[in-house]
Ligand binder design. Sequence first.
Ligand SMILES: [Zn+2]
Length: 121
Amino acid sequence: MVELEVPRIIICGHSDCGAIKAILHPEKLGRIPAVSRWLSLGRDALALLDDGFKQTSDAERITRLTKLNVLSQMKRLETHPSVIWRLRCNDLTIQGWVYEIHTGRVEAFNPQTGEFEIWPD
Ligand SMILES: [Zn+2]
């Protein structure tokens, strides 16, 4: 088990992410077992995406899946025993960001609104 002595962990997704595209279109990935296993971490996010985003464009689905995957990885991290303890002690914060590479814009997840918002606001 790894313990990090940091006050804040940022889970940062990004635009034009090859991993997100591969999760959305696994048929284009071919047979790369190690990569497929790693990408399986994104299945939780994909399940959420398919609830409401069947009709949208591929670009919108990629953006939405990028954000859902950040939230999913935050939730996964929050289940780690040492993280649970530090969150209870208010000793650690976990933030979710999405970085848009071509503009440099960052959207940060706001737990109060449940939305990603442009940062700094
Ligand atoms: Zn990526």
